[in-house]
Design a protein around this ligand. Structure first.
Ligand code: 6R9
Length: 646
C-alpha cells in the first residue's frame, strides 16, 4: 500500500480550504455549476459582470464551449491596475538573472503598470490592433512578462515560442497564426551560454513571409544585424511613447493567447485560450492549490515558453497580486545549489518545479541542498510528468526538511491550469499521485470501448464536463479541435493520458497513451521528430518512440532506415542527431538512434510501434504477437542491433 502523508494540524487550521471545505466546494461545483462559477467569477474585475457561467456541449451536432460569454474585462487590468491602490508599491516581479553575481531586479505593481503600458504603446505604434497575433520569442527576462501583458492590454493575441526552438520551428509558428510582428531579444542567456535569438529570427524570415516587423529587446548587448524597415530596437521605440495606455475592453470569449503544443499526429497545434474563463482558472487554482497569501514570495521555475510559465509565472500570480519570481538561468549552473540559493536570497515560500529538475539535482548529492537554509519554504509543487516516489520523498525530506506539503499538479496546455491536484490544507498526500480533482472538474476513467469504470480502476482519463480554463479551439482549425479531443470518447474530453484510480478515489497518472513523448516535462510528438528525420536526404524512413530515461523521464529513441546505397556509420548517426536538433531544437535531439534496414510493419503497412517501444525499453523477452507482421525477421535484427544493449 502506498504511504500516506496526512495534512498537518497546522495546515488544516491555517489553509484557505480544509478537508470539509474541499468536500463542500467540490460538491457545490458539481451539483450547481451555474451559481458556483458566477460566484467564483466575482474574484475578477469585470467591465461588465457576466450573468451566464458555462454554456457548452461536447456533442458533435451542437459542439461549442463558452464561459461567462456576456462578460467583459481586460486581463492586464486584472493583473495590474486593480492592485495599484492597495499594493502599488509592493513587488510584483523579482527577476533573478542567469549570472548569480548580478543584482536581481524588482518591479512594483506601479512600475509594472508603466512598463506594460509603454510596451503596449510600442505595439500600437507598430500598427498592432485588437485581434492581431504577435509572436514572442524572448528569453526569461522581465520584458517577456511585459510583452504578454502588453498584448493582453490592447487585445492582441500572443503566441509565445520557446527560446530553445529552432528557426524552422519558429517560422512554422509565425506562419500558422499569421503574425506580422515578432518580439525578440538580441540574445538569451542560460547557464552561462548565449542563445542567438535575433539571428534565429533572421534565419526564420525566409520561411515566414507574414512577418513585417521585428521588435528587438537589448538584453545582452551582443552583436546583431538590424534590417532597416523591418527591425526596431525596443528601447528606442519605448522612449517615444507615454507610460499610460488604457486597457481595451474585451469579451470574456475573445482570444487571449495561442500556444503551440505537440500532439500525436501532424504539426504542433495552436492551442487557443480566451480571456475570462482562462484568467479565472489560473487565478483560482493559483490561490487555492498554493494556498497563496498576500506578501508571500512565490516562484514557479518554469519558462514562459510553456503553459506553466503563462498560467503560473504571469497570469495566475499577478491576478492575485502576488510577488512572482522570474528566473533566467538553469537549476544546475553554476552548480547544483543554484535553486536553493535563490530560495534563500529571495526568501521564497512557495516553490513550483518539475520532476526532471529534481531528478537531475538529486543525483548530484544532498550536500548541494543541505549547504543552504531553505527555512523560508512552506509549500512545494511539481508539474509536467508523473513524479517517481523516490524523487517525491527527496523533495519532501531533503528539500522541504519534512515540513512542506507537496502539491503534485496534473494538467495540460489544453486545460489552462490544474485539474487534478491536492489542496495543501485538505488532501492527504500519496507520493506519485496527483490525488483528487479540483472543484468543477469531473474526471472519469474509461476502457478502450469508452465504458466508464467505477471504483478502483485503470484505463484512459477523460473529463466529462467543461471547466472555465478549457482551451476553446485549435487556431485556424476548429474541426481539428473537435476531432482530436472529442471523438475518441463521444461527448467527453480525452486527455491522452492513462490513469489509475485507487480504492481511496486518488488518481495516478500513468503517462501518455498516444504518440506523445514527455521529455523532461516537455511534449514532443513522435510524428514531428520523424518528419524532421525524413527530410534528411539520406533517410528513407523513420520511426520514433519514447524510452525510459533516468533524468528526463522519457528519452527519444529513433529507428532510421537509410536510402539504398547509404552506409550506416557513427558519423552519420551524429549528423542525423544534429539535423533534428537544428530542425526542431535541442529538446528534440534523439537520445538513441538505431539504423534499421527495415521496420516492423503490418501487411497493411502500419508500423508496429508497440514492438519498437519494447525494443527501445530493452524489454525484448515479451514482444507479444508478431505473426501479423509482413516480415517477422526484421524484429530479430532490430533486437540484435539495439542501441545501448548489453
Ligand atoms: C502542464 C503541462 C501535459 C502532459 C499531460 C501529462 C503530463 C503534466 C503531470 C503530468 C503526471 C503530473 N503531466 N503534469 N503527468 N503528473 N503532475 O505539463 O502541460 O506540456 O501540455 O503536458 O504532461 O502526460 O498530458 P503540457
Amino acid at each position: 500500500m502506498a504511504e500516506l502523508y496526512p495534512v498537518s494540524e497546522e495546515w488544516a487550521r491555517r489553509a484557505r480550504v480544509d478537508s470539509a471545505g474541499y468536500d463542500r466546494l467540490y460538491g457545490r461545483s458539481i451539483a450547481d455549476p451555474g451559481s458556483f462559477w458566477l460566484e467564483q467569477a466575482k474574484r475578477l474585475d469585470w467591465i461588465k459582470r457576466p450573468e451566464i457561467a458555462g454554456d457548452w456541449s461536447f456533442d458533435e451536432e451542437d459542439f461549442h464551449i463558452r464561459w461567462f460569454g456576456d462578460g467583459k474585462l481586460n486581463v492586464a487590468a486584472n493583473c495590474i491596475d486593480r492592485h495599484l491602490t492597495k499594493r502599488g508599491n509592493e513587488t510584483a516581479i523579482i527577476w533573478e538573472p542567469d549570472e548569480p553575481s548580478e543584482e536581481a531586479r524588482r518591479y512594483t505593481y506601479r512600475e509594472l503598470h508603466a512598463e506594460v503600458c509603454r510596451f503596449a504603446n510600442v505595439l500600437k505604434a507598430q500598427g498592432v490592433a485588437k485581434g492581431d497575433r504577435v509572436t514572442i520569442y524572448l528569453p526569461m527576462i522581465p520584458e517577456a512578462a511585459f510583452a504578454l501583458l502588453a498584448c493582453a492590454r490592447i487585445g492582441a493575441v500572443h503566441s509565445v515560442v520557446f527560446g530553445g526552438f529552432s528557426p524552422e520551428a519558429l517560422s512554422g509558428r509565425i506562419t500558422d497564426c499569421d503574425s506580422k510582428v515578432v518580439i525578440t531579444a538580441d540574445e538569451g542567456r542560460r547557464g552561462g551560454k548565449r542563445v542567438p535569438l535575433k539571428a534565429n529570427v533572421d534565419a526564420a524570415a525566409a520561411h515566414a513571409p507574414a512577418m513585417e516587423t521585428v521588435i528587438v529587446v537589448k538584453a545582452t548587448g551582443g552583436d546583431v544585424t538590424m534590417q532597416a524597415g523591418r527591425d526596431v530596437w525596443y528601447h528606442e521605440a519605448a522612449a517615444q511613447v507615454p507610460a499610460e495606455c488604457p486597457p481595451e475592453p474585451m469579451g470574456a470569449e475573445d482570444p487571449l493567447f495561442i500556444l503551440y503544443t505537440s500532439g500525436s499526429t501532424g504539426k504542433p497545434k495552436g492551442v487557443l485560450h480566451t480571456s475570462g474563463g482562462y484568467l479565472l482558472w489560473a487565478s483560482l487554482t493559483h490561490e487555492l492549490v498554493f494556498d497563496y497569501r498576500p506578501g508571500q514570495v512565490y516562484w514557479c521555475a518554469a519558462d514562459i515558453g510553456w503553459v506553466t510559465g503563462h498560467s503560473y509565472i504571469v497570469y495566475g500570480p499577478l491576478a492575485n497580486g502576488a510577488t512572482t519570481v522570474m528566473f533566467e538561468g538553469v537549476p544546475t549552473w553554476p552548480d547544483a545549489s543554484r535553486i536553493w540559493q535563490v530560495v534563500d536570497r529571495h526568501q521564497v515560500e512557495i516553490l513550483y518545479t518539475a520532476p526532471t529538475a529534481l531528478r537531475a539535482l538529486m543525483r548530484e548529492g544532498d550536500q548541494y541542498v543541505t549547504a543552504t537554509s531553505r527555512t523560508s519554504l512552506k509549500l512545494l509543487g511539481t508539474v509536467g510528468e508523473p513524479i517517481n516516489p523516490e524523487a517525491w520523498r527527496w523533495y519532501h525530506d531533503v528539500v522541504g526538511g519534512g515540513r512542506c506539503p507537496i502539491v503534485d499538479t496534473w494538467w495540460q496546455t489544453e486545460t489552462g491550469g490544474h485539474l487534478i491536484t491536492p489542496l495543501p490544507g485538505a488532501t492527504a498526500l500519496k507520493p506519485g499521485s496527483a490525488t483528487l480533482p479540483f472543484p468543477g472538474v469531473d474526471p472519469q476513467i474509461v476502457d478502450a470501448e469508452g465504458q466508464v469504470l467505477h471504483g478502483a480502476a485503470e484505463g484512459n482519463l477523460v473529463i466529462a464536463r467543461s471547466w472555465p480554463g478549457q482551451m476553446r479551439s485549435v487556431w485556424g482549425d476548429h474541426e481539428r479541435f473537435f476531432q482530436t479531443y472529442f471523438t475518441t470518447y463521444r461527448g467527453k474530453y480525452f486527455t491522452g493520458d492513462g490513469c489509475r484510480r485507487d480504492e481511496d478515489g486518488y488518481y495516478w497518472i500513468t503517462g501518455r497513451v498516444d504518440d506523445v513523448i514527455n521529455v523532461s516535462g516537455h511534449r514532443m510528438g513522435t510524428a514531428e521528430v520523424e518528419s524532421a528525420l525524413v527530410l534528411h536526404p539520406k533517410v528513407a524512413e523513420a520511426a520514433v518512440v519514447g524510452m525510459p530515461h533516468d533524468v528526463k523521464g522519457q528519452g527519444i529513441y529513433a529507428y532510421v532506415t537509410l536510402n539504398a546505397g547509404v552506409e550506416p556509420s557513427d558519423d552519420l548517426r551524429n549528423a542525423l542527431r544534429d539535423w533534428v536538433r537544428r530542425e526542431i531544437g535541442p529538446i528534440a535531439t534523439p537520445d538513441a538512434l538505431q539504423f534499421a534496414p527495415g521496420l516492423p510493419k503490418t501487411r497493411s503497412g502500419k508500423i508496429m510501434r508497440r514492438i519498437l517501444r519494447k525494443i527501445a525499453e530493452g524489454d525484448v523477452s515479451n514482444l507479444g504477437d508478431i505473426s501479423t507482421l509482413a516480415d517477422p525477421g526484421v524484429v530479430q535484427h532490430l533486437v540484435d542491433t539495439r542501441e545501448g544493449r548489453g
